[in-house]
Design a binder for this molecule. Structure first.
Ligand SMILES: [Zn+2]
Length: 109
């Protein structure tokens, strides 16, 4: 798999995290909406390792943008490259994660 920690979700408000995920402190500023996310949780229920590592993929809990963990960057993430975007687009697991996030956002309003 291209993204080792695929499907991590970052969130900025604990109460917005509906599912009982193990959360890890992690600052990630979203390249799309500019939100300062403050923690990460695995989107996959079976994933026990919630610590983001370089190359892992995050989903911004606020806007749904995907970002790649890059601890060498000031924001701890980078905007997916065209090559990474192509891999994101064909990943069925990511599609499911995105749809679950979208359903939560739409249902939570
Ligand atoms: Zn965002």
């Amino acid at each position: 798999m291209r993204f080792p920690g695929v499907g991590l979700i970052v969130t900025y408000e604990p109460e917005e995290l509906v599912m009982e995920y193990k959360r890890t402190k992690f600052r990630a500023r979203c390249w799309h909406c500019g939100k300062e996310n403050d923690s990460a949780a695995p989107a996959n229920h079976t994933d026990e390792d919630a610590v983001p590592n370089n190359g892992d993929l995050l989903l911004c809990f606020r806007c749904g943008a995907f970002m790649v963990v890059d601890k060498d960057m000031p924001d701890n993430v980078h905007k997916p490259t065209p090559a990474e975007n192509r891999e994101i687009a064909i990943d069925k697991n990511l599609k499911k994660i995105y749809e679950a996030w979208l359903a939560h956002k739409l249902g939570g309003n």
